[in-house]
Structures are given as C-alpha cells and as structure tokens.
Design a protein around this ligand. Structure first.
Ligand code: ATP
Ligand code: ZN
Length: 295
C-alpha cells in the first residue's frame, strides 16, 4: 500500500495563494515542477496541494476531498453561518496573513450612522450569513440584499441603503463616499480541518507541518537583539527589551563596567525602543531577524 499523503487545499490564485505558498515554502515544503493546474506534489514530504477557489475549500475539507485547507476566516464563518453542513470544521492554526475586516458602511452624506439606524433599511453584502446573524443578535431587522461583487456601488445605484463588505485600507469605501460604522468580523487566513473523522497517519504529517508553520509565524515577529550595557544600568535596559524573559548576559573582554546582552524579543522592535535603549546607556545595538525557531 502506498504511503498516505496529506491533501491540502490552497487557493489557486489570489491573496491566500500568495501568502499560503510563501508559508509552505518557509516551512520547508518543496514542490516538484509540474504542469498540472489542480495538483502539486511535494517531493520532500507526503503532502499534495489541491489548487482551487477559496470559496470551495470549506466544502472540500468537510466532505473529505481534502484533509486541510488554507482559507480566510471570513469565508469559513460565512459558510458556517449559512449551513449546518460546515459545523464540523475547526481552525487548526491561525496563520497571521490576509488580515481584513468585515464592516458595515453607509453613505457619508446619509442618515445611517450606527447599527440602530439600519432597522427597516437594506444592506447589500456578499456575506449574507454573517450579516444576518450579526443583525439578528442585536435585534435589528433589516433586509439583506445578496451580491456577488462590487458591493460598494450598491448605495449609489439605489440597490441598498448600506453595505457589509471586506475592508483593508478603507480606500474603496472612501472612493465610493462611504464610511464604516461597525465591525462585524476581524479575519485572517487560517488552517482549517474537520474536527471529527481525521485519519491518524495523515495527522502525523499534519502535526509536523503545523509545528513548522508555528515556527515560521513566531519567527516572523521575533528578533534577536544584541547590545552592550553599562553594568549599573543593566536592570533598566533589560526592562526596556520588549517581550524577552531571559536574556543572556556575557562578559566583554577587558571591560568590567560593561556587559553584552543577548535576547530573543517576541514582539516587534520599533525605532522608539532602540532610542530608549540608547538613552539608557546601551551601545552597539544590533537587531537581527530569526530565520527558524523551535522550542
Ligand atoms: P477566488 O474566489 O477566485 O479564489 P477571491 O476573489 O475570493 O478569489 P481574493 O481577493 O484573493 O480572492 O481574497 C481571498 C481572501 O483574502 C479573502 O476571502 C479574505 O480572507 C482575504 N482578503 C480579501 N481582501 C483582502 C484585503 N484587502 N487585504 C487582505 N486580505 C484580504
Ligand atoms: Zn473567493
């Protein structure tokens, strides 16, 4: 019998595809060259990619055509809000990219300023499940107008009074004279799987993949910081290093007033932090990226 291979569904083209392929590559998965539009076979791991529309991924995973998938929370939760069929899906790992927000917005020039103003009005959206549930939970009765795309033009075309749509920078809203007034969902890409009927041999492969992805995600935010600190200000300097619990303190040759401090920072290191460190007497400050991490 051939070795079981993990089938992972990834968007074929788009934001989730770019971020997903980059994550897999950093996790050390190599793909054999091939002309197949739908499948790609990893040559250093028992893993096969299925390249599909992101909207189909929840269905493929729940139905067992794939074991895992990379999908936006927006799509996953929308499917779950629409149908019980997706109830068995769970998030195995948040992936930290493709961040966006599902927001309610209305014309700046109009009278809708808050969610209460939506009572008896209409909302155009590609997310009818999430929008309906959000309004229902708050006791607001509004008409939902489902649209596949270009939702931002609905108010101007007289199709709906407000919209519920994905926003990242807000430029599209601005360009259409709309202002957001309520956040329905904060979304990022996630690794999704069935919570039941998983296959043990596949889970072993998935476990390795997840552990590596965790390492990639953690190292993206983590930096290694090196600096020299005057001994009498060491405590102050240690407290300024963000997200580091146990720095290494080392002797510097021929100096007994200064020590070297090495620390892993599990938070972003801003210029402001470096300026404060220097003001506290730190010198020769280096901030280095970390390529791989494993606890
Ligand atoms: P297809 O259905 O053909 O696979 P799509 O049009 O749904 O493609 P994208 O526009 O690439 O695909 O969006 C995929 C996902 O990326 C969205 O479902 C959402 O999770 C996330 N996303 C959408 N807009 C943004 C944005 N502006 N910034 C970051 N992430 C976004
Ligand atoms: Zn899509």
């Amino acid at each position: 019998m051939s070795e079981p291979r993990l089938k992972l569904a990834v968007q074929s083209k788009g934001r989730l595809s770019d971020g997903g392929m980059e994550l897999l590559s950093k996790a050390g998965v190599r793909f054999a060259y091939g002309r197949d539009q739908l499948h790609r076979r990893a040559d250093n791991m028992p893993l096969d990619l299925m390249l599909v529309r992101d909207d189909d991924i929840p269905s493929f995973v729940v139905g067992g055509a794939c074991d895992y998938g990379i999908v936006g929370e927006n799509v996953l939760y929308e499917m779950q809000a629409r149908s019980r069929r997706y109830a068995d899906l769970e998030v195995a790992l948040p992936l930290g990219f493709a961040k966006c927000t599902l927001k309610l917005a209305a014309p700046k020039a109009g009278s809708i300023r808050s969610i209460a103003d939506l009572a008896g009005r209409s909302v155009a959206t590609s997310y009818p499940g999430l929008t309906r549930r959000y309004l229902d939970d708050r006791g607001i009765s509004a008409e939902i107008v489902e649209m596949r795309g270009s939702v931002e033009v609905a108010p101007r075309m007289g199709i709906a009074d407000a919209i519920c749509d994905l926003v990242s920078s807000g430029a599209t809203l601005e360009a259409n004279g709309l202002a957001a007034f309520e956040t329905v969902l904060e979304s990022e890409a996630v690794l999704v799987r069935r919570s039941s009927s998983r296959i043990p041999e596949i889970e072993a492969v998935a476990g390795t993949l997840i552990e590596r992805m965790e390492g990639v995600i953690a190292s993206a935010q983590t930096k290694y910081i090196l600096l020299n600190a005057p001994k009498d200000r060491l405590k102050e300097i240690k407290d300024l290093i963000p997200g580091s619990d146990a720095p290494t303190i080392a002797q510097i040759a021929d100096r007994d007033d200064v020590v070297a401090v090495h620390a892993v920072c599990r938070e972003r290191v801003f210029w402001e932090t470096l300026e404060k460190l220097r003001a506290a007497g730190a010198r020769a400050i280096l901030v280095l990226p970390i390529e791989k991490m494993m606890a």
